[in-house]
Design a protein around this ligand. Structure first.
Ligand SMILES: NC(=O)c1ccc[n+]([C@@H]2O[C@H](COP(=O)([O-])OP(=O)(O)OC[C@H]3O[C@@H](n4cnc5c(N)ncnc54)[C@H](O)[C@@H]3O)[C@@H](O)[C@H]2O)c1
Length: 312
């Protein structure tokens, strides 16, 4: 008998309707349990692990259908990427630390299962990757997308603030990648790390955020250099501004106007425009592309002298 999973607070994961194996049948009616059992296998809280996607690791589908692990999948760019992978015939392990939001969006997505995990915690990452393997049987692509933005002047950035940004944006990418390498060796799969235009061009207020993203760009190159011999590709996407919760928390109207001025396409990007680049780089179509940094940014990075005064 397996013990029901508990999070750091000691609360039973099953009681919240979401666990490392996806929604669990704890607390459901008999009819709901029967439906769950038909689609997901046995109940974890009854002692055995269950999965939400209805795809069993030992089934034929699981052996052939590609699986992407996407972090920060509960909303924004990660959610758009999840949806696009599924449209393209993949299954997705949706990873996020926001269990409530993750459970609510994952409910409506076939071919995906939610996994609650904080990517900055090594133990949680190890457990999550092992659970994804148990549920899906394989991992073909890892999208390290979970990120936090905290903008502030250098003088106001104390060590705690610096670490809060680094632990998710840099440590998280390192930890999830490391834990997935054995699986990616088996599939000759792909790592895809999300950095930012803030990692390509320095700017004010981004001492922690910009530095974390610049480090992700270099980490990607390190991964490409060392993992190529196993057939593993590693690439990096640097989004320009996209109107997600993360961006809107730090973009004032003044910043939005300034971005429009500085971006040749004169607009923000959409989550889906970023997802298209991510899924392409993870696909066979990019089979000879590794170690690359692609800005999906409306041309922001390409314009050295972008002064509004120089515009007609
Ligand atoms: N939106 C933009 O303008 C923009 C621009 C450049 C780069 N990015 C990068 O794109 C990525 C996605 O950003 P978004 O705009 O979709 O943000 P978002 O805030 O909408 O989504 C981020 C998701 O990551 C999750 N998350 C955060 N920390 C986590 C952790 N430690 N463990 C697990 N999950 C965690 C959040 O719960 C959330 O669901 C980030 O890495 C961000 O830095 C975004």
């Amino acid at each position: 008998m397996a013990t029901p999973l508990r999070d750091m607070s000691g609360e039973c994961w099953a009681a919240r309707g979401v666990g490392r194996f996806g929604p669990l049948c704890h607390g459901l009616t008999r009819i709901e349990k029967q439906t769950f059992a038909r689609t997901a296998g046995d109940c974890l809280c009854g002692g055995q692990t269950g999965i939400a996607s209805g795809v069993n690791a030992t089934s034929e589908t699981a052996m052939t259908q590609k699986t992407a692990l996407v972090t920060g999948a509960a909303r924004g760019i990660g959610l758009a990427t999840t949806r696009l992978f599924i449209e393209q015939g993949w299954r997705v392990a949706m990873v996020d630390r926001d269990g409530d939001e993750l459970a609510s969006v994952a409910k409506g997505i076939n071919e995906a299962s939610p996994f609650v995990c904080d990517v900055s915690h090594p133990d949680e990452v190890e457990q999550m990757v092992s659970d994804v393997r148990a549920s899906f049987g394989r991992i073909d692509a890892v999208v390290n997308n979970a990120g936090v933005a905290d903008f502030g002047p250098i003088a106001d950035t104390d060590f705690a603030r610096w670490r809060r940004v680094m632990e998710t944006n840099l440590d998280g990418v390192f930890l999830v990648s490391q834990a997935c390498i054995p699986s990616l060796k088996e599939t000759r799969g792909a790592l895809l790390n999300i950095a930012s235009i803030s990692g390509l061009r320095a700017s004010t207020l981004r001492v922690a955020y910009g530095t974390s993203k610049a480090a992700v760009i270099h980490l990607t190159k390190q991964q490409a250099a060392e993992l190529g011999e196993y057939g593993i590709r590693a690439n990096c996407v640097c989004p320009g501004p996209v109107r997600t919760k993360l961006a809107m928390a730090v973009h004032s109207q003044e910043i939005i106007d300034a971005y429009h001025d500085a971006i040749p396409l004169n607009r923000y990007g959409s989550e889906n425009e970023i997802a298209e680049v991510i899924t392409f780089l993870c696909s066979e179509k990019a089979s000879y592309v590794t170690g690359q940094v692609v800005a999906s940014d409306g041309g922001f990075d390409s314009t050295g002298v972008g002064l509004p005064a120089l515009r007609s």
